[in-house]
Design a protein around this ligand. Structure first.
Ligand code: ATP
Ligand code: LTN
Length: 334
């Protein structure tokens, strides 16, 4: 299949922390699988990140780390376009135009806006409010057919579709209608310290999260300290045994084993044996990725070169869409 006949995918991750094993199984491994069948754009959403106050040096580092992590997980710069959002000015430019097509009410009803403005009541900025319009621009600039996202981003995608339709209807066909792609396979990994909430890169408790650059010893220690229960049987029961079920999930991710097989394997054994075995297998699962990450991070020039080429390829496509938009709205073009 050549590039024109392949459907286009765009997705992004905000560089608000080091990526976790949850991002790997819930997002990146799917992205890696999609590279042959789709024309893929993978973006590090640094412009979205600054809707919360960031330390500049840390943001710079995390942006590069996130890119290195994508590569370590198997995103290939030959197959896909990997780029940093702020390197393609068309994202801000289209956001302005689309913001004149967005109602105040549409942005204020977004669940993520409501959640984040409650959580960070000291900094409810206009950028946080217009965050979904920037996300719509990310998607529409590349004429994406599919957008792999988690459940929490579905509402933003709905707005994207409404904006595309509104613009197309007001002028003429300009944007492709994107569809959300909610993956069925990706496993949801929960916090090691509070297994009823999602494992998150911005958790304050470092022991709750397995980062993709954790060294094997660190992974093992975190798993050995994971919250379980007092019942001491290895059984998959998310409702009543969320901690043990999460460890089984991790074990299954690392070994490919099914839950019934894991239950059989640990029948009659205590949590000590179980945790030691999970720790071993998950540490081995992470090891090649963290080693690859270290290798990629050590060659900064190569990483920058990959991201520059990515930004150039992305800009070419994005500017084509932006030029059409500018023409349709009536901006003078010499
Ligand atoms: P934050 O902690 O900064 O709020 P996050 O780490 O929860 O963010 P995102 O940056 O929104 O997550 O993650 C991008 C995508 O990665 C999500 O849409 C989701 O598909 C996937 N993902 C993140 N965490 C997990 C997890 N624990 N289990 C499975 N998938 C996950
Ligand atoms: N808002 C998303 C990250 C993101 C994104 C995108 C995802 C920014 N732009 C475009 C898909 C398409 C998040 O917080 N997960």
């Amino acid at each position: 299949m050549d590039i024109v006949s392949k459907p286009t995918i765009l997705s992004g991750i905000t560089p608000s922390g080091i990526l976790t094993i949850g991002h790997l199984t819930g997002a990146m491994l799917n992205w890696v699988r999609m590279q042959d069948e789709y024309n893929c754009y993978y973006m590090i959403a640094d412009m979205h990140a600054i809707t919360a106050r960031q330390n500049p040096a840390e943001l710079r580092q995390r942006t590069l780390d996130t890119a290195a992590m994508f590569l370590a997980a198997g995103i290939s710069p030959e197959k896909s376009t990997l780029f940093i959002q702020s390197h393609v000015p068309a994202h801000s430019e289209l956001t302005w135009v689309l913001s004149t097509f967005t109602g105040m009410g549409e942005c204020s009803k977004m669940t993520q806006f409501k959640d984040k403005s409650q959580k960070h009541s000291e900094n409810v900025n206009v950028g946080l409010f217009t965050y979904p319009i920037l996300m719509a621009s990310d998607i529409l600039l590349y004429q994406a057919d599919l957008v792999p996202v988690g459940e929490d981003q579905k509402q933003h995608l709905e707005l994207t579709r409404n904006l595309a339709q509104r613009f197309n209807h007001h002028y003429s066909d300009t944007f492709k209608m994107p569809e959300p792609y909610i993956s069925k396979v990706g496993a949801r990994v929960m916090s090691l310290q509070d297994p009823t909430s999602k494992m998150s890169k911005s958790d304050e408790n470092q022991n709750a999260t397995i980062f993709l650059n954790d060294k094997p010893e660190v992974v093992k220690n975190k798993i050995k300290r994971a919250v379980t229960d007092s019942d001491a049987t290895v059984k998959f029961d998310v409702e009543n045994k969320p901690g043990v079920s999460n460890l089984m999930q991790l074990y299954s991710i690392a070994t490919g084993m099914s839950f019934p097989d894991i239950e059989k394997m640990f029948d009659g054994k205590g949590y000590g044996d179980f945790k030691a075995e999970v720790a071993e297998k998950v540490a081995e699962f992470i090891r090649p990725i963290s080693e690859k990450f270290a290798e990629i991070s050590s060659d900064k020039n190569k990483l920058k070169e990959i991201l520059s080429v990515g930004a150039e390829k992305a800009s070419y496509v994005a500017n084509k869409t932006l030029r059409k938009v500018y023409k349709k709205v009536g901006f003078v073009n010499f």
